[in-house]
Design a protein around this ligand. Structure first.
Ligand code: FES
Ligand code: FES
Length: 182
């Protein structure tokens, strides 16, 4: 991998990284995590193999199924299409980082309550996209949910329950917003 860096005179010179492993430090779920990895390692490989965060799944490994969805700087992204190297200086959120103070995210709770999974392989990616939608638009409609997960493939066909769960989570978030502060 060639990386342009500035030398002491300020001009850009390419440095070559690899094939030996390099030390990569990434901000994952609010903590800086450092591990050695081949510079061509994808973010999903780094999360799973170097950091042991196996909640993020690899389906197609080519940007077509969204099983590997995480948030990068708060936006949904396919972690199989991002190099771990390019995720330095960014804030990564994985399914392991979605709960707060021991409480599941409303979308996680609703997936359980509405039986929105079968084999569960697509579920972490689905949850990341649905949670992103609900966080940003608690007044989302069924059409919004369909759009949010339009890139996700679920071989088990659990879409109807995923729709119900996400709309229920949005309703729960709206109800929380109305509750007076104590
Ligand atoms: S595994 Fe990344 S999009 Fe399919
Ligand atoms: S629950 Fe099996 S692939 Fe979606």
């Amino acid at each position: 991998m060639n990386v342009a860096t500035r030398n002491i005179s300020g001009s850009e010179t390419p440095d070559t990284l690899g094939p030996e492993p390099v030390s990569l430090s990434l901000n994952v779920n609010g903590e800086i995590q450092t591990a050695l990895a081949d510079p061509a390692t994808t973010l999903v490989e780094f999360l799973r193999d170097a950091l042991g965060l196996t909640g993020t799944k690899i389906g197609c490994d080519r940007g077509a199924c969204s099983a590997c969805t995480v948030w990068i700087d708060g936006e949904v992204a396919a972690s199989c299409m991002t190099l771990a190297f390019d995720a330095r200086e960014r804030s990564i959120t994985t399914i392991e980082g979605l709960s707060r103070e021991g409480k599941l995210h409303p979308v996680q709770r609703a997936f359980i309550e509405h039986d929105a999974l079968q084999c569960g392989f697509c579920t972490p990616g689905m949850v990341m996209s649905c949670a992103h939608l609900v966080n940003n638009n608690p007044r989302c409609t069924l059409e919004d949910v369909k759009t949010a997960i339009s890139g996700h493939l679920c071989r088990c066909g659990t879409y109807p329950n995923i729709f119900k769960a996400t709309l229920a989570a949005a309703e729960a978030v709206r109800a929380d917003e109305k509750e007076p502060a104590t």
